[in-house]
Design a protein around this ligand. Structure first.
Ligand code: C5P
Length: 281
């Protein structure tokens, strides 16, 4: 039986930066959501001489196939925490642009933790995998869960939120083809705390909220403003925002047809942009 895991793309429906911490990270309040689309991770064989990680797919060229890939690191930390030394061979099909604000490497690492938890028969509960994942990156814990969550702290302190009615909402992801360094965007945050997330259902909270990383990301890559404008011009878009530290932006729609019409219009006007129609998971 072939084991596979989808590394679903992560969206931040809202992302409030509250303060810079002594450890260099920033305290956040965010609503994570996940979409159906993602990278695919597959267990190839039981190892024996095969490279541990091979990468294919449309964005494979942007990644190095080395020991520092987050998938490799995730396999290493889980193996050592669980005392497993068996060789493994994994294939990562990279469908999502890298350094793009939608989880990418974090979702890949989380998929590796879930896949190897199954393959090695560890039966670790998801909470334990998420705690281990948080040592690999601030978003990895949320990506282990891959369900709508409120995140605090660096983004690793998670609480489930009631997302009734959100599943299957049509979403369009648009990236203008520029890679953005998360660390550089956080470094450009202006230091002003514009206040907490509201309480309530995730869409109302998001609509009343912001992405505080939008301004520093746009300062680095002004084309992000063009993407947000292009999405906001789509008559049927019900919600438009940049995700994470950018540059990927997204819009929600009331129907697949409205989303697909927007995808056609935006692709027609911007042939070099990456555009992915999907749905909330
Ligand atoms: O944890 P991760 O490796 O994904 O974070 C990348 C960088 O983004 C960190 O090194 C840090 O500069 C910045 N970051 C931050 N505050 C967070 C999350 C990330 O300053 N809550």
């Amino acid at each position: 039986m072939t084991l596979t895991e989808t590394a679903r793309a992560k969206l931040n429906l809202a992302l409030h930066v509250r303060r810079k911490r002594a450890d260099g990270y920033h305290d956040l309040e965010t609503i994570f959501a996940f979409v159906e689309a993602g990278d695919e991770l597959t267990l190839l064989t039981d190892g024996s001489g095969a490279p541990m990680l091979t990468i294919d797919g449309p964005f494979s060229a942007s990644l190095q196939q080395d020991d520092e890939n987050l998938v490799t690191r995730a396999a290493r930390v889980l193996g050592s925490a669980a005392g497993v030394t068996k060789p493994i061979a994994l294939r990562l099909t990279k469908n999502l642009p890298v350094a793009s604000g939608i989880g990418g490497g974090s979702a890949d690492a989380a998929a590796a933790l879930r896949l190897l938890n199954r393959h090695w028969g560890l039966h670790w509960p998801i909470e334990r995998l998420a705690t281990l994942g948080a040592t690999l990156g601030a978003d990895v814990a949320a990506c282990v869960w891959s369900q709508t969550m409120r995140g605090d702290g660096r983004g690793e302190l998670l609480q489930p939120v009631d997302d009734a009615g959100l599943a299957e909402t049509p979403v369009l992801l648009v990236n203008p083809g520029v890679a953005v360094s998360t660390a550089a965007v956080f470094a450009g945050w202006g230091g002003v705390d514009y206040g907490p997330l509201a309480d309530g259902d995730p869409i109302s909270v998001a609509a009343a909220g912001r992405n505080d990383l939008e301004a520093p990301a746009r300062a680095l890559e002004p084309v992000i403003g063009d993407v947000l404008d292009a999405l906001a011009e789509q008559q049927n878009a019900t919600f438009v925002r940049m995700s994470g530290s950018g540059a990927t932006c997204f819009a929600l729609f009331a129907s697949d047809a409205a989303r697909d019409a927007a995808a056609c219009a935006i692709a027609g006007a911007n042939s070099r942009w990456w555009i992915m129609p999907t749905r909330l998971a």
